[in-house]
Design a protein. Structure first.
Length: 348
């Protein structure tokens, strides 16, 4: 298959381009499209054969369930059943938005979307291209992030092409994703509701609605992660080995500088993911500035592209710092911990 790329205005998507992409979806094809979090790789969620093609294109294990995307709040009842009362408030505040809810699956949704589970992950994206496409398709759209399995999520059409060229029918190029990391996943089938993946909606916002919401991401326990290097699922990973430093800003920067010098002296190519204000004088290293540590929105926008850019420079090792637990910091920590596959260094 030859992948086609169509440019599309992110704010005012051209109806003819949307109609063409919707036709591909309805015909059982795969369309990569921008959402406000990251690019998604979409297929008709009512068509098991189309859904199976997503898993094949990504090399994704069939045991890893997908998120279903809807165009309107009213569509929720066509993909999920037995909604708990608390769902209303999350829908009111975060549909559309960067929140995915786990609910009971409606039987009309193809079982392979959920990897056979009786639950379903549902999100209503706010991106105008995503909304227009799903609306025009007239069916719920199953869409994981549009990257090869275990690679950093795609935040631009160029990233999608890098990973999925000639594996998908169409890529809608609507520019860079606005948030840059994936949605927060909240399980409403358990009591209390549990965050399974921190993401674009901060934990603080979730707890405004459910103060006792639990956090079940096993990747946030820095100490247990560090005690099991190599045991973790490889995810969001650059090709280079990533080492993740957690501590005070001063100690993180000091250790990164020291380790970078030693690695360079040993002949290894070093990349660093740093904040703008980090004082790092590292000739010979590729230092990628992600933004100010006081502006995590900006850091999130650049995180995955920073990993890909360092890979493009063929570094052997990437040294990355933590950004704390507040706001998007928790999601950044989760992605960096996974990318590090357990190589987490506590440096306090
Ligand atoms: O922002 C996002 O969420 C992006 C955009 C495209 O919407 N999508 C995304 O999808 O990140 P993906 O497939 O990369 O991640 C979906 C996650 C998986 O880790 C999967 O385990 C979880 O959602 N998930 C899906 N269905 C689930 C279910 N029924 N129960 C628990 N977890 C589920
Ligand atoms: Mg993904």
């Amino acid at each position: 298959m030859k992948t086609r790329i169509l440019a599309i205005d992110p704010l005012h998507p051209a109806p003819d381009v949307i109609a063409e992409a919707a036709h591909v979806l309805r015909s059982g094809g795969l369309v990569a499209f921008p959402t406000e979090t990251v690019y998604g790789l979409g297929a008709n969620a009512l068509d098991p054969a189309a859904v199976a093609r997503i898993f094949a294109a990504k090399d994704r294990p069939a045991t890893n369930p997908l998120i279903v995307h809807i165009a309107e709040r009213a569509d929720l009842v066509s993909v999920a059943v037995d909604l708990p009362p608390i769902a209303d408030e999350f829908v009111r505040q975060h549909f559309p938005g960067a929140l995915t809810l786990i609910l009971k699956r409606h039987p009309r949704i193809a079982a392979n979307v959920s990897a056979g589970l009786d639950t379903i992950a549902v999100r209503m994206p706010s991106h105008p291209v995503a909304q227009a496409l799903i609306g025009a398709a007239g069916v719920p759209v199953a869409a994981p992030s549009a990257n090869r399995f275990s690679r950093p999520s795609a935040t631009t059409a160029a990233h999608v092409l890098q990973d999925l060229e000639n594996r998908v029918d169409l890529i809608l190029d609507g520019g860079a994703a606005l948030i840059g990391i994936e949605s927060t996943i909240l399980d409403l089938t358990v009591d209390p509701p549990a965050v399974l993946r921190p993401g674009g909606v901060p934990l603080e916002s979730i707890r405004q609605i459910v103060p006792n919401a639990a956090v079940h991401s096993r990747f946030l326990e820095i100490d247990s992660a560090a005690s099991a290097p190599g045991q973790m699922l490889k995810h969001y990973s650059p090709r280079a080995e990533l080492r993740f430093y957690v501590g005070t800003p001063q100690s993180m920067i000091a250790h990164i500088a020291k380790d970078a010098h030693a690695l360079i002296a040993a002949g290894r190519r070093v990349g660093v993911l740093a904040a703008d204000e980090d004082r790092l004088d590292l000739p010979g290293a590729a230092v990628m500035r992600l933004g100010s540590a006081s502006d995590l929105d900006q850091i999130a926008v650049r995180l995955f592209s920073g990993m890909r850019d360092l890979d493009a420079q063929h570094v052997d090792v990437i040294l990355a710092r933590d950004f704390g637990e507040d706001g998007l910091g928790l999601a950044l920590r989760d992605r960096l911990t996974r990318a590090a596959e357990g190589r987490v260094l506590r440096v306090e």
